[in-house]
Ligand binder design. Sequence first.
Ligand SMILES: Cc1cc2nc3c(=O)[nH]c(=O)nc-3n(C[C@H](O)[C@H](O)[C@H](O)COP(=O)(O)O)c2cc1C
Length: 323
Amino acid sequence: MNILGLSFGKVNANTDVLVKQALFGAKAAVKDAKVRFINTTGLKINRCIGCGACSRNLEKGGDNDCVIKDDFQMVEDAVREADCLVVGAPVYVLQPVGQFKDFVDRFSCRHDVSAIHWVLDQRKSGEAPGNAEDFPSDRLRKRYISYISVGGASTKNWVSMGTATMHLFGFPVMMQVIGNYDAHNMGTIGHPILDQKMMHDVFEMGRQTALAPGKREDEFAWFGPQGTCPVCHQDLLTVNGTTTVECPICGIEGKLSIEGEKLHVSFSEQQQARARGTFAGLREHTTEIQGFGAICGPKLMANKERLDQEMEKFKRFDEYINR
Ligand SMILES: Cc1cc2nc3c(=O)[nH]c(=O)nc-3n(C[C@H](O)[C@H](O)[C@H](O)COP(=O)(O)O)c2cc1C
């Protein structure tokens, strides 16, 4: 078994220590596991430039490698080799540090399980070039993951999008999330080693992550606070002025009710089954994207002349703005 620890924090600082502590737990659970740790701070992981080359390459029969040549590929390869992962990131301005999101942006679309299956089905039916059988199977391997969010503030609302945003790492690949740990308050704790409970909990989360492969769906015990959403266990909600609310991470609807001072949100089984990180949820989005061309293509063609003309002032903005 390959276990990977990824830290987006400073070398040997809080996130590193907590991710490594989880790896100690993972190794204690599976003695012969091969454990690898990567700190990303010195790595060059540029932003996704939105060129779409990875998707087009997949549709043309390739293995959708990224056209940007930097350290991203090395980290991606490490993720592809892993069976279990522990990913930690410090909170910078309420969310995980930007490099984390840059990695997620470049990793997620290329590994979207539904999009990959869509193309593989086309290869099987001969609608797309390439051999479905030759496609690297590690792309679709079942992986298990836990997240650690690290913050300095003791006021919890200063890490309000910490753990929630970390869940964006694994959902397109349908990684099974074992737990998440919100290590905020580092500003007064001083050092993770000085918080015995934190070190114990993170060790245990790592242990449970390594024990996950081979378990049945109903055997996973969520490690962390239960939260409001029963799928991602986060407490964020999108409200729209009605009693129907949405989990912004899973994209599923819940019904809100209030009893005295208690607020309850119930998410139906049907909604839970279409959460963003399920195949059904991902497929909804693939279908949506696949439909774009048919709607947009004719519209863009019909308006080509007008768009070319009106785009002039946007392309030559500096000339036009002070006229
Ligand atoms: C630019 C910057 C922004 C930060 N923003 C927050 C924040 O919004 N909330 C918070 O709790 N901590 C914040 N912190 C503190 C870090 O999350 C904290 O120091 C953490 O331990 C850093 O992780 P590391 O020790 O693994 O590098 C911020 C730190 C920096 C440098």
